[in-house]
Write a protein that binds this ligand. Structure first.
Ligand code: SF4
Ligand code: SF4
Length: 338
């Protein structure tokens, strides 16, 4: 495991972080073993969020007795001072600790939301107060719009930023990571497999690994997955492999979907999943998890072409800040079932 300085926090963070988002979906003993195995094998960054069902409780029950061994990062999705303050208190209780190393304002994707958070009686005020009281050590921000995040962090009010980075979503490399470096911030990348669609798994993890990030959070649910992730990071990436990975990212990342989720569909088609998986499927085919996802959503995806209100003008496309051809991509994906 490689360690490096986590922005200006003074913490030596492991290059692989444990994403605890999916732990609520597995038996408690399995989750506990995975977390403890990760700590035993050098992972020292645990990431969760108040919104991830009982993930915080699982962490509290499983590893709070080893609190000195990990940097604990959680998130608040609250936007107001009162609600964020209450949520921070809840996170402390749930994770059986008297301090949180990092609280990230969760999933900030709209300028209006950002204004509320940073304004009078906004969530940021609660975070500053918790920091002064020693309950929170550092403040971060996460979101799915790298261009907006780059602008927001330029004001120097955050210690860390959390963003997507994968072979299909290399966008943080353009403005966001350079800005975070300039600000001396901790840089945490997430979703190297983009929700389980990207493969080959080892290449996907190694792509994020060679970028200028301090740690990569990978969602893990078992000891075997922890082993697989550690193994993918253990081998040095050669300059030839780096070139090959960059080439792959420029091919796979050309569709430009940021997963900002602005594009709601009346049929509840998860457009970003279709956009991202389509590009991977063309090149490599899908992993079993991706294939299962498609089967599960087959009915909705195939209904797009007959959906009357979108016949003249697709309702989704107006909402995309990147003007992507979502209708065409969804309808092409549906052809697989014909
Ligand atoms: S074009 Fe298809 S994907 Fe887009 S909003 Fe209409 S039904 Fe949904
Ligand atoms: S298709 Fe456009 S609007 Fe929808 S998630 Fe992707 S980038 Fe955002």
């Amino acid at each position: 495991m490689k360690y490096e300085q986590f922005g200006s926090t003074g913490y030596q963070v492991s290059s692989l972080g444990f994403g605890a988002m999916n732990l609520p979906g597995v038996p408690f003993e399995q989750a506990k073993q995975a977390l403890n195995f990760a700590l035993d094998h050098g992972i020292n960054y645990i990431d969760t969020a108040a919104a991830y069902k009982n993930s915080e409780e699982i962490i509290g029950e499983s590893i709070s007795h080893r609190r000195q061994e990990y940097f604990l990062a959680t998130k608040t999705g609250e936007r107001s001072y009162e609600n964020a303050k209450a949520q921070i208190e809840r996170s402390l209780v749930r994770m059986k600790t008297d301090y949180l190393d990092l609280v990230q304002v969760h999933y900030v994707n709209y300028a209006e939301e950002y204004k509320t958070i940073m304004g009078e009686k906004g969530a940021y005020e609660a975070l500053i107060e918790a920091k002064q009281e020693g309950k929170v050590r550092f403040i971060g921000i996460s979101g799915h719009r790298p261009d907006l995040l780059a602008r927001w962090i330029s004001k120097g009010q955050f210690d860390q930023v959390l963003f997507h980075l994968s072979l299909v979503q290399p966008f943080a490399l353009r403005e966001l990571i350079p800005m975070a470096i300039k600000q001396g911030m901790g840089r945490t990348a997430m979703k190297p497999l983009s929700g389980g669609f990207v493969q080959p798994v080892d290449k996907a993890i190694r792509y994020s690994y060679v970028q200028e990030v301090n740690t990569i959070i990978s969602g893990m649910i078992s000891v075997d997955q922890v082993k697989e992730n550690i193994k993918a990071m253990d081998i040095q990436v050669s300059s030839e492999e780096k070139l090959e990975l960059e080439q792959l990212a420029s091919e796979l990342g050309s569709h430009s979907c940021r997963r900002c989720n602005y594009c709601s569909c009346p049929l509840e088609i998860s457009i970003p999943d279709v956009m991202i998986s389509s590009v991977v499927r063309e090149k490599f085919g899908l992993l079993p998890k991706g294939q299962q996802w498609f089967e599960k959503h087959r009915e909705k995806i195939t209904a797009c072409s007959d959906y009357e209100p979108c016949k003249d003008k697709p309702l989704c496309e107006d909402k995309c800040p990147y003007h992507l051809p979502m209708q065409r991509t969804v309808q092409n994906a549906a052809l697989l079932y014909s």
